[in-house]
Design a protein around this ligand. Structure first.
Ligand SMILES: [Zn+2]
Length: 364
């Protein structure tokens, strides 16, 4: 960091913990790349890229100060952001101030946000749920968002498909205004913003749905088994990719695991092999193609919807792996509360000052 500070004068005006945080990020990107190479991970290794257009800055325990009522935040580095109001529904008075470990300013298509990263045991803040005495297996599908072992299905919300027409139109409008090899017009910039805001809205709807569904499943069951799917591998199949992304599986799973942890429910990721092929009644293998929607067993005569049969198999597998280490192996993200900063006050932040932060990390 010393090195960067000598070479680039502007570094002096940045908060020291923000400098550290960006250097840490750069180092973790480099370390991850070497790690992936050493482990000989198939496909892309994630060669670190020079980051331009950085949209966030992260402070640790200095460089910011909350007001007495915690409705305003002041940034105290030499970037003249000053005091900004916090909008939003989260009440910061709820948590002790020393639990705020990181504060992040993030630029989104519709304004600036402040994220507070808290170190809390979320289980302490959870209202205990009555045991439901119910177990469930979930099979995520293309036709339905998921089918469960009780024979219920939940439809995929076609947010993206519905919004797609409008997205395409906005994208076309943007492209028409693009001028090659010269500075872009204000109209182009406006069109680009409209397009970005629409994308943001769609992604928020998707996240909201996944969150709501996950909480519903956790509240009505004590034990939840689901497939340990390789979603990245599946998204490569571009014909299916749109539906898979749309269904927001991985977000759904993250929230399942998060709520499971919070409310003390067991979540198990079972190996996905043969869950749709095997008969959940007698265990015999009944080969079928993707287009076969019904499972009809020639061995025992059992007939069931394809996805529901799979969900029952997943529940059985999940129950048989309890106690193994396969449960909850994924990294659990600590969600952070997001408060909205009035955009007008932050216009100064927009261009090159913040963006250079992570670049510095690399040159360290
Ligand atoms: Zn059978």
């Amino acid at each position: 960091m010393q090195f960067a500070a000598i070479q680039f004068k502007f570094v002096d005006t940045l908060n020291s913990t923000a400098r550290q945080a960006s250097a840490e990020r750069a180092w973790s990107a480099i370390a991850r790349f070497y790690d992936n190479c050493k482990k000989k991970i198939k496909g892309k290794k994630g060669y670190p890229k020079f980051q331009k257009n950085n949209r966030s800055v992260e402070y640790k325990n200095s460089g910011w100060k909350l007001s007495e009522d915690r409705k305003k935040i002041t940034f105290t580095d030499k970037k003249n952001i000053g005091t900004v109001k916090l909008k939003g529904t989260r009440d910061l008075n709820f948590y002790p101030i020393d639990q705020i470990k990181r504060v992040r300013i993030v630029k989104r298509a519709d304004g600036y946000y402040v994220q507070f990263c808290l170190s809390v045991d979320i289980r302490e803040y959870a209202k205990p749920l009555e045991p439901t005495k119910r177990c469930v297996g979930l099979d995520v599908g293309l036709k339905v968002f998921y089918a469960n072992s009780d024979g219920e299905t939940v439809e995929i919300p076609q947010y993206y498909r519905k919004a797609e027409k409008r997205l395409n139109r906005l994208n076309r409008k943007k492209s028409k205004k693009f001028r090659k090899g010269q500075p872009q017009s204000n109209n182009y910039k406006k069109a680009r913003k409209r397009y970005a805001r629409k994308h943001l809205r769609v992604s928020r709807q998707r996240k909201g749905f996944a969150q709501k569904e996950a909480l519903r499943v956790i509240k009505s069951n004590d034990f939840i088994a689901y497939e340990n799917l390789n979603i990245q591998g599946m998204v490569k199949n571009s014909r299916l990719a749109k539906s898979i992304n749309d269904a927001a599986w991985s977000t759904f799973r993250q929230w399942l695991e998060y709520f499971g942890f919070k409310y003390g429910k067991a979540t198990v990721a079972a190996a996905p092999h043969n869950t749709s092929q095997n008969c959940s009644n007698c265990g015999q293998k009944v080969p079928k193609s993707i287009s076969t929607r019904t499972h009809a067993c020639p061995h025992c005569g059992y007939v069931e919807d394809r996805d529901i049969n799979a969900a029952i198999n997943i529940l059985k597998k999940g129950l048989s792996t309890v106690g193994h280490t396969e449960t909850n192996t994924r990294r659990r993200e600590i969600p952070s509360g997001e408060c909205w900063i009035r955009p007008a006050r932050l216009r100064k932040l927009s261009e090159p000052r913040i963006p250079r932060l992570s670049a510095m990390g690399v040159s360290n």
